[in-house]
Design a protein around this ligand. Structure first.
Ligand code: PLP
Length: 838
């Protein structure tokens, strides 16, 4: 035991509590404490738990008996308590009926480098949303997996070959705690997998006001083959992935139940998490004693699915045989349904026995709302999910969008934090952002330039540290200190390119003309320097080839001081990178970058973006705030287009970006450049923040989902409102409904449609008769509601409907149609039937 005397214990426990609350990853209140306890460990890890584990007993005892140190601990605690006691945006802006808990399931969370359970963008979105939700008081509860080794770590050999390393995550060195029951026993869940009953351990992570629960299978009591299920993120084959998704979704939901948490809303961050919706339905089924499909129809209203992929190949697929192996008992015994019906939930067509099981399809069929992560990605996703809504116009495929955002307090530099605090206040990211843009606009030119220069200087210092380490790793053990001093220049235009080396990101576009790039970088009058970083998935040969290509280029002696390829791109590097770069470059192949987030992280710091018009940049770009590549169209992988865009990339650098950066006023400040910086900060930082993003989710999704779920629960078993009875009527009788005669009469300014409809056993309340016309160009489609004429049907059983539509388009543009209607249903998500004439 580190602490022997009772009077030291209170201080120690307080420190421990601070260490276990990840808010240190963004508010930096306790940084100085850890620095003082053990500077070396703190510098090396930025992990307070590691600091507390490493410090000697004597040092800690001595500190805890120092009044000044103790009072600093108390101050941190006090500020934390005050922040938590303050009334939150959620309490103020959302009605009292707001949900008490929103479960947020994700395969990865990127919160801090001290808890490496992420790979990239997806985890970044989850982590930043969890933090912003904590700031805003939105009660989001994260559920994820604790990976024994996380995602792979990158080493690069002297020839540029990437090596994958897997250091262990030791739970007692991480800012997490095991969950215990009231009598102190470890809380564990149990699940039957083929061949064994498995123990699942559970961990708690504190993220400000919110919590993240993590599950893992590395329990000593498990058979060895199952202990490693949660070893690696995106490691192993298809079967491991399925096992992980079962643990995440099914055990994740069970854990919440066990902890007494009853989330009204469940947010599925990517299809990986879709089994959570199935387990939620199963629990409701048991509670109410109703069949599984009815339980799912009710509970899905409370589920939200966010899709992150822009291509079909990005969907998680499982072979039906694998699903049968893992789900047989669960489906037949617990859900009480058939395997064929269950498999159909993950398929386009229930009839095709060979079709794999698609987790994204399952997520759509188990959710009450679906969204993409940028406006463009919403449109792309409507195309991808079109097969689930046959005969529906693509514009009406029920996928909306909420553009991603980043958690500004996590990514801002100390200097930019100070500037924003001066102009916008300390609590600027805890409420709505109405005045932020207007206030930051008041920043003076020289002050902004000073913030930029400080962050660039820090970047250069970090680059030099990494340069030294990497040279030693390569075997150059005797490096002349002089050699390090000229690596990077704190006054030179600094470009950054760091991201996963996936081929669609075109990481070598900037290298298409190596000589031209070398000329740009080595200019004497207007020097330019470039930081590169990125990992390629261990199975991605193409991505690794591109790393080798850059590595070879970076070894040219004349580029030694101007270009660095940083190894093992991670969150800590990303922090000083996004704070220090002047221009962040992004060259994905449109429309593959669903959103992209790294470019958003530089906004708060006054960096500028040069990016393909894809993902978030498609909606953010304006000529006053940055530079755009591409024509805003999709061209596949046409090499001619790649070449043209590469040429444009160089031209922008040579003719616009570099000259503007070096166009200096008398005081040495680049006035036009800073004008652009200020415009980008004011206009884009609030818009692409996780604060805006979480408020959008809350108001546009969480509140409506909670209400829709509540309504469906209330309506259950009431013949007048029960959705299941309505669905059954459609299932039994929907095939017989059809159109009779349709007539159009020309009026002055309108067309009058008279429509006969045969409804058979369905009641007029079960459906809507509409007049539809495709939108022109980008416009939304026209949909007019037809009104029933008279209460009776004619002797043949036809009902008459009428609808007047504007005559600015020819009558032939309009088509009548029949769609299901129910006051509680979301059509076509809940029922995708649609009937057109003929
Ligand atoms: C922000 C971030 C990402 C995601 O960046 P994209 O622009 O979405 O590619 C990946 N890895 C790290 C370490 C990051 O900080």
């Amino acid at each position: 035991m580190l602490i022997e005397r009772a009077e030291d214990l209170a201080g120690y426990l307080a420190l421990n509590e601070i260490a276990l609350d990840l808010r240190w990853s963004w508010n930096h209140l306790s940084d100085a404490l850890w620095q003082e306890i053990d500077a070396e460990t703190w510098q090396a890890t930025r992990n307070p738990v590691a600091v507390l584990h490493t410090v000697s007993r004597d040092r800690l005892r001595w500190l805890l008996r120092t009044t000044d140190f103790l009072s600093r601990i108390t101050k941190v605690q006090e500020e934390t308590r005050q922040a938590d006691a303050a009334s939150s945006w959620y309490e103020q802006a959302c009605e009292a009926s707001r949900p008490k808990a929103i479960a947020y399931f994700s395969m990865e969370f990127m919160l801090t480098e001290a808890l490496p359970i992420y790979s990239g963008g997806l985890g970044n979105v989850a982590g930043d949303q969890l933090k912003a939700a904590a700031d805003l008081g939105v009660p989001v509860i994260g559920v994820g997996l604790l990976y024994g080794q996380g995602y792979f770590r990158q080493a690069i050999d002297p020839d540029g070959n990437q090596e994958a390393l897997y250091p262990a995550n030791e739970p007692d060195q991480l800012p997490i705690q095991p969950i215990r029951t009231d009598d102190g026993e470890l809380l564990r869940l149990q699940i039957d997998l083929p061949g064994a009953s498995i123990w699942i351990r559970a961990w708690e992570v504190r993220v400000g006001r919110n919590k993240l629960y993590l599950l893992d299978t590395n329990d000593p009591a498990n058979p060895v083959t199952f202990r490693s299920v949660t070893s690696q993120l995106y490691g192993g084959g298809s079967e491991t992935r399925l096992q992980q998704e079962i643990v995440l979704g099914i055990c994740g939901w069970q854990l919440l139940k066990k902890l007494g948490i009853e989330p009204e809303v469940c947010h599925l961050n990517e299809g990986h998490a879709a089994f959570a919706a199935i387990e939620r339905a199963r629990c409701f089924q048991v509670e109410r004693g109703i069949p599984f499909d009815e339980a799912l129809a009710v509970t899905r209203a409370g589920n939200i699915f966010t899709t992150h992929t822009a291509v079909e190949a990005g969907f998680d697929l499982f072979q039906p045989s694998l699903i049968r192996k893992y789900f047989r008992t669960y489906v037949e015994k617990f859900l009480g349904t058939t395997m064929e019906k269950f498999l159909a939930l993950g398929r386009q067509s229930a009839e095709n026995p060979l079709e794999p099981f698609n987790m994204a399809y399952l997520a759509v069929r188990a959710s009450g709302a679906v969204n993409g992560v940028s406006a463009l990605h919403g449109a792309v996703s409507r195309k991808l999910f079109q097969p689930l809504f046959p005969r529906w116009p693509q514009r009406e495929v029920p996928v909306g969008h909420v553009t991603n955002g980043i958690h500004a307090p996590t990514w801002d530099s100390p200097g930019s934090d100070e500037l924003w605090t001066e102009l916008c206040g300390k609590d600027r990211w805890r409420g709505n952002l109405d005045r932020l843009g207007e206030n930051i606009r008041k920043a003076g030119v020289s002050r902004l330039w000073q913030v930029r220069c400080e962050a660039r200087k820090t970047l250069c210092e970090e680059v030099r540290k990494h340069y030294l380490v990497q040279r030693v790793q390569d075997g150059d053990i005797e490096i002349d200190p002089e050699e390090i001093r000229d690596v990077f220049d704190p006054n030179a235009l600094t470009l950054g390119f760091a991201r996963r080396f996936a081929t669609y990101k075109r990481p070598a576009l900037l290298l298409s003309d190596p000589e031209r790039l070398a000329r740009i970088l080595t200019s004497r009058e207007r020097p330019v320097q470039l930081v590169l970083a990125g990992k390629a998935h261990p199975q991605d040969r193409g991505g690794q080839d591109l790393i080798r290509l850059w590595h070879g280029f970076a070894r040219k002696p004349e580029l030694r001081t101007r270009l660095i390829f940083l190894r093992d791109y991670n969150m800590r590097q990303a922090e000083w990178l996004v704070q220090g770069v002047d221009v962040w470059i992004n060259t994905p192949r449109r429309p593959w970058e669903a959103s992209g987030t790294s470019g958003m992280k530089i906004l708060v710091n006054g960096g500028l973006n040069l990016s393909e018009l894809d993902g978030w940049w498609q909606e953010a770009f304006g000529p006053e705030v940055g530079w755009a590549l591409g024509d805003g169209q999709e061209h596949g992988d046409d090499p001619a287009i790649d070449a043209a865009e590469a040429a444009e990339l160089y031209r922008l650098l040579e003719e616009e970006i570099i000259p503007e950066f070096y166009d200096r006023q008398a005081d040495g400040v680049p006035g036009r450049w800073i004008g652009r910086v200020r415009e980008s900060m004011a206009r884009l930082t609030p818009r692409f923040s996780a604060n805006r993003n979480v408020r959008d989710y809350t108001q546009g999704f969480y509140l409506p989902a909670a209400q829709a779920y509540e309504e469906r629960v209330t309506a259950l078993n009431d013949p007048a409102t029960d959705m299941n009875m309505w669905r059954k009527r459609w299932r039994d009788h929907g095939a017989s409904i059809h159109f009779g005669a349709v007539q159009v009469e020309q009026r002055d300014q309108s067309h009058l449609f008279s429509i006969e409809v045969y409804l058979g056993q369905l009641s007029p309340a079960d459906l809507a008769v509409e007049i539809y016309a495709d939108g022109i160009g980008e416009e939304a489609p026209f949909v007019g509601k037809a009104r029933r004429q008279g209460a009776d049907s004619n002797p043949d059983g036809y009902c008459r409907y009428a609808c007047t539509v504007p005559a600015d388009r020819p009558a032939t543009d309009y088509t009548p149609r029949l769609v299901p209607h129910h006051p509680l249903a979301r059509v076509p998500l809940d029922l995708a039937t649609i009937v057109w004439p003929g």
